[in-house]
Design a protein around this ligand. Structure first.
Ligand code: CTP
Length: 402
């Protein structure tokens, strides 16, 4: 079987060297990658590197191998075009339909999903010209990944960094997995908030009450939402996972901090998905100094108080009219009956119920679940990658938007 064809466009920014890693991940995962750099990109990484890593020529102009009509064919055959890094100049050209080299021609002929991963200085990213170009591209169905915040070229720090190539690859993988059966960017123009991970409730400076949530399901929800064009806020409780490309990550520790961050982000959110394992209780007293054991003394009991129920509060208050609220429930017994009761108690629009098991839920890469809705419907999601469950949740959320 032919390998799926992917075009990796590289425009002229210092982050071009990171595209080598993206190229490697794409080829190693079984894609036939054609690199189309711009002439400026070759100032940063040479043609020899691109062609050696991809196994194809990596010309920049339409005047090479003209008999093969590359300016049309490369775009037509692609299953995905990803431009990383995408400079301000490239975004402007793409938004205006200019076609003065092989990459811009390819962008005009491609009928497949197109992903841009912009990287530039903060001033250039924030410039209204760039922002309008990004909005235009998004409106037309392209996925434009928000740049990361961090160290930029020279001494500057701010928004504009290319996200980790591994995370850009994850977005590409999801876009390719969904194919072109439906609209690729069906969350475009939507703001979604996701909570992930597990809260930790401190007892003293070195101890906490925690849980086994890894954050993988919440991060999968964030990654898949970015790949469907959403603006994503990820409220991450104690997760050690890498930031998903394009998501605005807000780290939190306790349930109270998570509540504050989620409620604030939810003010203008179209959907909120509470995938985090939020502690129901916290120690009533925090010891400023480490709790010591004393010979001959019994340990003092740990007294607990209730934490706020963020999901129930959101469901009741709906900070934005029409907002869709989704909860998760991990159960060990009477999974569906407990799930139904919890859905009614919490008042959310969807409840993803999964059974805690050996290979499922905490820390694993895969999950199996049933999504319950107040109208009595049940959507079973077979055992599979957490990204697949995440996409099913977004499918159901999108249906409720319309
Ligand atoms: N949740 C929340 N705030 C809490 C506890 C839970 O927002 N203080 C959310 C979780 O993020 C999840 C859902 O509620 O989406 C279900 O959590 P769960 O702990 O299973 O529900 P509980 O009501 O605590 O039920 P149980 O008695 O089974 O613990």
């Amino acid at each position: 079987m032919d390998k799926p064809k992917v075009v990796l466009g590289v425009s002229g920014g210092i982050a071009a060297y990171k595209a080598c890693e993206l190229l490697r991940r794409l080829t190693e995962s079984g894609h036939d990658v054609r690199v189309v750099p711009t002439a400026s990109a070759l100032h940063f990484v040479g043609e020899a590197t691109w062609s050696a890593l991809s196994g194809h020529p990596a010309g920049t102009e339409v005047w090479e191998s003209v008999h093969e009509v590359p300016h049309v064919r490369i775009g037509q055959e692609a299953r995905l075009v990803v431009v990383a890094p995408a400079t301000a100049d490239m975004l402007a050209k793409a938004a205006h339909g200019l076609a003065d080299d092989l990459l811009t021609n390819t962008l005009l002929t491609a009928r497949c999903p197109v992903v841009f991963a912009p990287a530039m200085h903060t001033e250039m990213w924030e410039n209204p010209a760039t922002q309008e170009n990004v909005a235009t591209l998004r409106r037309r169905g392209a996925i434009v990944i928000e740049p990361a915040v961090g160290r930029l070229t020279g001494v500057d720090t701010g928004k504009g960094r290319l996200p980790d190539p591994e995370e850009i690859f994850e977005v590409c993988r999801r876009v390719l997995a969904r194919g072109t059966a439906g609209p690729v960017a069906d969350l475009a123009g939507r703001h979604v908030v996701i909570s992930a991970g597990g809260t930790r409730e401190p007892l003293d400076p070195v101890r906490f009450l925690g849980n086994r949530s890894s954050g993988k399901q919440g991060y999968a929800l964030a990654r898949t939402a970015v790949a469907r064009g959403a603006r994503v806020t990820l409220v991450a409780a104690n997760s050690e996972l890498a930031d998903p490309a394009g998501a605005d990550v807000i780290p939190v520790g306790t349930a109270v901090q998570l509540r504050e961050a989620v409620l604030k982000a939810a003010e203008d959110a179209d959907a909120v998905v509470m995938a985090a394992a939020v502690a129901d209780f916290r120690p009533s007293h925090y010891a400023e100094g480490k709790i010591k054991k004393r010979d001959g003394e019994e340990p003092a009991p740990v007294e607990l108080v209730r934490n706020p129920d963020v999901l129930a509060e959101l469901s009741a208050s709906r900070p934005r009219p029409g907002q869709i609220v989704v909860g998760f429930a991990a159960e060990t017994d009477d999974v569906l009956a407990n799930g139904r009761a919890k859905l009614a108690r919490k008042g959310c629009d969807l409840l993803v119920v999964n059974e805690v098991g050996e290979r499922k839920t905490f820390g694993s890469e895969a999950n199996e679940a049933v999504v319950l809705a107040p109208d009595g419907s049940e959507t079973p999601v077979p055992y599979g990658p957490k990204d697949d469950l995440a996409d099913t949740v977004w499918d159901l959320v999108v249906r409720r938007f319309s």
